[in-house]
Design a protein. Structure first.
Length: 288
């Protein structure tokens, strides 16, 4: 799926004393199978932006082209768009409501008009895709599950609609470290298995650096910076001015360089930091 966002502007409560410009002239593209990270301080416009991508919000001006179709047009059937674009909000487990996991995950496909048999087939596939044991969990109440399991079930409900673009808004918010890691591993598996495009909104710079092909940096409704993780996180001073941190390994390397240690400026992940420190220590032993 190809997505083009062109000069998107959104104004809340326009014409009232509470008028607020949430997005200003935002433009970017998402390629087929691309993994895009979106970062920005609270209030930067991230959530407003992603709600435009599946038609929950309409812009004041600008266009969103999905495979060449302008979804901001009046004649577009949003049900057709939402078959292609799935949006998972923060704390999606709060939206669970059916008596069993099977029924909850099948609700979306049924709502799209699929037959019961096909909806249940999709539900089973989605439950397995998020790493849950279908036989063990399908007929249990979703409210009996752990927090991490509930989160997976809620994401499975979106995956059962087989979106070509999956948008995840802070999918690990509020989870313990193990559940956080499990959900991220699940997202990677979904991406590799489904070959879909993914947008990940997160405050965790380490996750964004490790997973993304492209990073978008938002600030006060504007798209400030776009690039690969390496290109974006090299802009440490700019990110700091926006109230954003570097990924922890990158910050450690930056501190070492400031102390005169000759380490690379392109380190973003823990694995890369380990290799760089090993290289440095090996070189030091050789010199001695």
């Amino acid at each position: 799926m190809q997505v083009e966002v062109k000069n998107l502007t959104h104004i809340y409560s326009e014409g009232t004393p509470y008028e607020s410009v949430a997005l200003t002239d935002v433009s970017f593209e998402i390629g087929e199978g691309e993994f895009v990270g979106i970062i920005g301080h609270t209030g930067s416009g991230k959530s407003t932006l992603i709600q435009h991508l599946n038609g929950l919000l309409k812009p004041k001006s600008g266009k969103i082209l999905v495979d060449g179709v302008d979804i901001t047009g009046k004649d577009v059937k949003m049900s057709d768009i939402r078959r292609k674009i799935g949006l998972v909000f923060q704390y999606p487990e709060y939206q669970l409501f059916e008596e069993t996991v099977r029924k909850d995950v099948a609700f979306g496909p049924l709502n799209l008009g699929l037959a019961q048999e096909e909806a249940e087939k999709r539900a089973e596939e989605a439950i397995r895709l998020v790493g849950l044991d279908y036989e063990e969990i399908a007929d249990r109440s979703p409210f009996e599950l752990s927090g991490g399991q509930k989160r997976r079930v809620a994401i499975a409900g979106v995956l059962a609609m087989q979106p070509e673009l999956l948008i995840l808004d802070e999918p690990t918010a509020g989870l313990d470290p193990k559940a956080h890691a499990d959900v991220l591993d699940m997202i990677v598996r979904i991406h590799e298995t489904s070959k879909n495009s993914i947008i990940l909104v997160s405050h965790n710079m380490g996750d964004i650096a490790r997973l993304s092909d492209k990073v978008l940096v938002m600030d006060r409704g504007r798209l400030i910076l776009t690039g690969t993780p390496s290109e974006v996180f090299r802009q440490a001073e700019l990110l700091e001015s926006l109230g954003l941190a570097l990924p922890p390994p990158a910050q450690m390397m930056r501190d070492l360089r400031a102390a005169g240690v000759p380490v690379s400026a392109d380190i973003l992940t823990i694995e890369e930091a380990e290799e760089e420190l090993y290289r440095l220590l090996t070189a030091a032993k050789t010199d001695n």
